[in-house]
Design a protein around this ligand. Sequence first.
Ligand code: GRF
Length: 199
Amino acid sequence: MQTLAILISGNGSNLQSIIDTIGADRIDVVISNNPNAYGLTRARKHKIKTVTINHKLYDSRDHFDQTVHKCIESFDSDLIILAGFMRILGASFVQKYKNKILNIHPSLLPKYKGLDTYQRAIDNDEYEHGVSIHVVTPELDGGQVLMQGRYYLEDGDSIETLQARGLKLEHQMYPELIQMLMEGKLQIGKVCEPIEFTL
Ligand code: GRF
């Protein structure tokens, strides 16, 4: 049975959608760098093991990454799912798990890598915005895009309205893609075009 390690930093709504669709028994551990992340509470409610690795207690990124690595290694998970994990993992960590780490990002990559994607889309008068699920490589938000979902901007849109539309997509896209990978219907490295997801 394929299993997951899920890394979070905050609310954990994506984590919740994965628990609800794929099942808590498929999740080896939820790791948070933020001791106050609500996602930890969500995981505990489902009796999933949780580990807090507070980045503020580490003197370097490497040291933090090594601790995360040791933790994940002890579970032998098949996939590492970044779900609102707000730390950048260093190249040596990422290379240890080549083609095994996924991230969900609120933009139509390669557009709008990094933070504040909703605000930047509004500022640039974009007519569309969306969500991408990509393989994690040492380049920030730069790995192969496996799935994308898009929506269109409307007059009066704000960060909040875009985020609500984006999260609705995220909560369906992430479990669906993870399921496809776990069932062997999709293999990382072999996909050419991103799957277009529509609600
Ligand atoms: C999501 O919008 C995700 O795309 C981004 O961080 C947010 C996390 O939300 N990387 P949640 O913690 O899953 O509710």
